[in-house]
Design a protein around this ligand. Structure first.
Ligand SMILES: Cc1cc2nc3c(=O)[nH]c(=O)nc-3n(C[C@H](O)[C@H](O)[C@H](O)COP(=O)(O)OP(=O)(O)OC[C@H]3O[C@@H](n4cnc5c(N)ncnc54)[C@H](O)[C@@H]3O)c2cc1C
Length: 450
């Protein structure tokens, strides 16, 4: 029988969202998910599912049932011929990549951490980088969810009632996703290179860097002309030990950075020098390893994050505008700005819907003032047709979301059709989408940008 806890507070990874679910349930089978959903529906309770709680917004928060699929995890089967894998939705990405690697396979692209649940990553449009690769939801071939009635619904690309393009990034609003079939690829061998670049050179070379590298990302350090460029490309070299690379990342990006971040928190005026110091410390490195060993990094320093996607062609102009604004306003910020690239797709709520996109992420260390900085960057980026990452902070209103996501209307119609009583809603979504369904449930969060 499923595990159940009561009276426990739930908090997300970044410790910016807190809620008091009436129950936290851990089903151990798909049947149990169906029973719990049916019971909650019959009792007019609300349900949200939580993956790894790595979203910065209150999208998983509820004062109804909070369902964790931590016990509904694992790879069910791998079809080597068709290169697909059927996976239980609660599987953490680190487990998935390890299990795939054991059979010689991999996901074609991943983000920069691997602790998320597969469903959580898919449903929010989590992405990695590389102009030839879509976000993780584009890897979905089919998914099975438990509807508000407790019945199962399997959605394949030819499904009429609920198109896969609506379900793939559906924020947990259509039901509990229990199983996903994803496309996989033979595990590639990569050469990873990290290098220092001058900002002006980067702007000149950006189109080539994006086009010529399979995976390209860069980190711009505020108040510095130095940029870190990371690339990953196919290689025929043999994998080498990652010990030194991992140790250096652990020390530089976590322990040393935590110390510097604490200094910046206690004496905010040091942020600018700390950013310059971090930029000077960028080292050059080359590493050869399998893809899943390279995509993921450890993130032990807690922060808030806002990430917007813009059409790729505006990237250079947008970066220059952000840099100018930062230098004019002198915000106390020492975290680098992260830039990644994602191929356009046809998923309705995808931040890359219909366009190759550049993703620009800004961060602020936990405990430091962020509102003015985030608000101003929002203002800069919204001038470039920005779309917010669904799992990260933003303050876009419904009208802005409708212009940013042209298929949002159709998605909301499907949501209403599939879950008319709003079993899978919480107060964050009723407010964000201005839904006229009574929801007395409240969650506390602090995402207001100004
Ligand atoms: C340190 C850090 C690094 C990150 N790096 C990246 C990155 O590189 N790229 C990127 O794009 N994003 C990144 N993110 C954002 C993160 O990938 C997303 O917020 C993702 O949704 C988190 O997955 P999760 O399993 O924690 O999901 P949660 O945050 O727990 O849930 C996300 C949403 O999915 C719903 N949900 C989860 N599971 C189910 C299910 N089985 N059925 C129905 N609904 C479900 C939840 O209700 C919620 O609405 C990062 C976040 C952090 C904190």
């Amino acid at each position: 029988m499923f595990l159940l806890t009561k009276g426990k507070q739930w908090t997300n990874w970044s410790e910016t969202v807190h809620s008091q679910p009436s129950k936290i349930v851990y089903p151990k089978s798909i049947d149990e998910v169906c029973q719990i959903v049916k019971r909650a529906s019959d009792n007019q309770e609300k349900i949200r599912v939580v993956g790894a709680g790595h979203s910065f917004t209150p999208i998983a928060a509820t004062t109804g049932y909070l369902m964790s699929l931590d016990y509904l995890a694992g790879v069910l089967s791998i079809d080597e011929h068709n290169q697909t894998a059927e996976v239980l939705a609660g599987t953490r990405l680190y487990d998935l990549t390890t299990q795939l690697a054991a059979k010689g396979f991999a996901q074609e692209n991943l983000g920069d951490i691997n602790v998320q649940s597969l469903a959580g990553a898919i449903l929010t449009g989590t992405h990695g980088t590389g102009v030839k690769f879509g976000n993780i939801a584009t890897q979905v071939v089919a998914l099975t969810l438990v509807k508000a009635t407790g019945e199962l619904l399997t959605i394949t690309p030819d499904h009429q009632e609920v198109p896969l393009q609506a379900a793939a990034i559906s924020l947990g609003l259509l039901g509990v996703v229990v199983k996903v079939t994803i496309r996989i690829v033979p595990a590639p061998m990569y050469c990873y290179i990290s290098n220092k670049y001058r900002f002006d050179d980067l702007l000149n070379d950006l189109p080539d860097l994006i086009e010529e590298n399979r995976h390209f990302e860069c980190f711009l350090f505020p108040y510095s002309d130095m940029v870190q460029v990371k690339t990953m490309n196919l290689s025929e070299e043999k994998p080498r030990s990652l010990r030194k690379h991992r140790l250096s990342a652990l020390v530089m990006e976590n322990y040393a950075f935590k110390f510097l971040s604490e200094t910046a928190r206690m004496i905010p005026k040091t942020s600018r020098s700390i950013s310059r110091l971090s930029a000077r410390a960028i080292g050059s490195s080359i590493v050869y390893a399998k893809s899943h060993d390279l995509f993921a990094t450890q993130r032990r320093v807690k922060f808030r994050e806002m990430e917007y996607s813009i059409p790729l062609e505006y990237l250079i102009e947008a970066l220059a505008a952000m840099k100018a604004k930062i230098e004019q306003m002198k915000y106390n910020v020492h975290f680098p700005i992260e830039v990644r690239i994602v191929k356009g797709d046809d998923i309705w709520l995808s931040t890359a819907y219909g366009r190759n996109s550049a993703f620009i992420a800004i961060h602020m260390y936990k405990g430091m003032a962020f509102k003015q900085f985030f608000y101003d960057m929002d203002q800069v980026l919204t001038a470039y047709q920005a779309r917010p990452h669904w799992g990260k902070m933003h303050e876009m209103k419904l009208s802005q979301l409708h212009s940013a996501f042209p298929k949002l209307h159709q998605f909301l119609d499907i949501r209403k059709h599939v879950d008319p009583e709003g079993v899978f809603l919480n107060s964050y979504f009723t407010s964000l989408f201005e839904l006229n369904i009574e929801d007395k449930l409240t969650v506390s969060h602090s995402s207001t940008l100004k």
